[in-house]
Write a protein that binds this ligand. Structure first.
Ligand SMILES: NC(=O)c1ccc[n+]([C@@H]2O[C@H](COP(=O)([O-])OP(=O)(O)OC[C@H]3O[C@@H](n4cnc5c(N)ncnc54)[C@H](O)[C@@H]3O)[C@@H](O)[C@H]2O)c1
Length: 455
């Protein structure tokens, strides 16, 4: 016992010394960053990094520890690169840096960014552009003209392209194009294209660079951040995928000009959700008609919410659950609607019963202003099918209850346990167009920390 205590004290002393040395190393990295900036040199210097790693073995006498030391050094060098990038390009409205386990990457939000992509991204190499038939071809052409050598691959529009056969076709075309490890993929489209192209980049040669250029409101505020990539397997959504962060995300709000209005507001339902759960000022923008006219602050605020959530929970261990607000019932409505409603429209409806009554009134007004549905009257959807789909979709706790995200006041969420009968009553109220009834008051005790059971 005394030995254990002594060893722990030794480790504490060494950790304190390591922290001091880490700070000193980062100070030196900051000086190097300033020098490189003054000379216009890139932050990343693969030759120097290889030399540092090559020296590392000689410093460690115990051969069993050499690979561990090399791994530590690689991690320190990655921190150093991220820190240098942050120092040189601090956050601004036009640039949001996202930390991920694979290093940090910028989200560049700039009107006209598409035409400047060549100066914002490293495109002087083979670039494999992936897009879909519904995305105006002009966007790919503008980007291709700024690449070293570009190949454009267009898949049919729609969720069916997020499949293993299409993924295989994309990978085969990448191989035919002669893509090497140093080349990159560029996704130009909505969340479907981003998920498919990102997964192709994650798999090709065990992972190559990719950039995401989202072109729908949903992909701009939500799917482009977080590094999740996936394809569907039959009717099951996203079971085959990987975490593979992009090197950068380029958001040009001009691309929304060509997006049909229904798609635009459907995607904005996710931004409304982020405001409701995390950022009251963002929600209030939707209440102010003048505020909604300017899309950039909405995109920027939503991206900051998503960034905060994915940084706190990069591998989706539980905190990202807050962004599932509205999705439990929303997925049920989506399944029961047989494709008649957009995902965002279903999320909008799914949020209503899970808000406190005062919040619900404000949410309903916002949904109506946006042109999103705010009740199910006249939608020809069987309530029992919604409930069956919810039960099928969601894991329940041992006592049959569900964990749901609720919003007691704007800008704040709570995890709550809800028994199926309560969910059923709330759903039926929604179907009868009485969502203003007090669904939130029927929520049971606050969630007791067993959320892991749902992951
Ligand atoms: N990776 C993630 O974290 C994440 C998060 C949420 C959703 N998703 C995924 O995102 C997908 C949904 O994304 P979505 O809503 O963007 O749908 P989508 O990518 O299917 O695009 C919707 C439609 O808009 C068209 N389109 C795209 N950009 C356009 C433009 N600028 N002008 C005109 N038409 C345009 C497309 O051709 C398509 O027909 C789903 O597959 C979902 O699983 C992923």
């Amino acid at each position: 016992m005394a030995d254990l205590q002594r060893s722990r004290e030794t480790i504490d002393r060494i950790d304190a010394e390591l922290a001091r040395l880490f700070e000193a190393r980062m100070e030196a990295a900051a000086e190097i960053a300033a020098y490189k900036q003054s000379k216009g040199l890139p932050i990343r210097d693969p030759v120097r990094e290889a030399a540092v790693l090559a020296q590392s073995g000689a410093r460690i006498t115990n051969p069993a520890l050499r690979p561990h030391y090399a791994a530590l050094l690689e991690a320190v060098m990655a921190c150093s690169r991220d820190y240098q990038a942050e120092l040189l390009q601090p956050d601004s409205r036009a640039r949001i840096n996202v930390r991920s386990p694979e290093g940090s990457y910028p989200v560049i939000l700039q009107r006209g960014a598409l035409a400047n992509a060549g100066s914002l991204l490293d495109l002087k190499r083979r670039v494999f552009l992936v897009t879909d038939e519904g995305v105006p071809g002009e966007y790919s052409r503008v980007l291709a003209a700024q690449c070293g050598l570009a190949r454009c691959y267009t898949v049919p529009q729609g969720e069916a392209s997020k499949s293993l056969p299409v993924l295989e076709a994309v990978l085969t075309a990448m191989l035919d194009f002669g893509m090497r490890r140093s080349d990159c993929v560029l996704a130009v489209g909505g969340g479907m294209v981003g998920d498919l192209a990102g997964l192709a980049a994650a798999l090709y040669m065990r992972g190559i660079d990719w950039y995401n250029c989202p072109s729908t409101s949903l992909s701009m505020v939500d799917s482009s951040i977080g590094g999740k990539t996936a394809v569907n397997l039959g009717a099951v959504k996203n079971p085959v995928g990987a975490f593979h962060a992009p090197r950068a995300v380029l958001i040009d709000p001009e691309l929304l000009q060509s997006l049909p209005r229904r798609q635009l507001v459907g995607g904005l339902a996710e931004a409304v959700k982020m405001g409701l759960t995390h950022d009251a000022a963002l929600f209030e923008r939707f209440e102010n008609p003048a505020g909604y006219g300017d899309i950039e602050p909405i995109l920027a605020a939503s991206l900051r919410v998503k960034r905060a959530v994915v940084e706190a929970d990069p591998r989706e261990g539980g905190l990202r659950r807050a962004l599932n607000f509205g999705h439990t019932l929303g997925h049920g409505i989506e399944a029961a609607s047989g494709g008649g409603l957009l995902h965002g429209e279903c999320v909008a409806l799914g949020m209503l019963p899970l808000c406190a009554p005062a919040v619900r009134g404000r949410l309903r007004a916002v949904l109506e202003r946006l042109g999103l549905p705010s009740d199910l009257k006249g939608l020809q959807i069987e309530p029992e099918r919604v409930l069956a789909a919810v039960l099928h979709d969601k894991k329940t706790l041992a006592d049959g209850s569900l964990c749901v995200v609720t919003v007691p006041e704007i800008g704040r969420f709570e995890l709550r346990r809800l028994c199926f009968d309560e969910l059923r009553a709330m759903t039926l109220r929604l179907f009868e167009g009485e969502a203003a009834a007090d669904g939130a008051a029927s929520l049971t005790a606050p969630f007791d920390g067993r959320e892991k059971e749902y992951l």
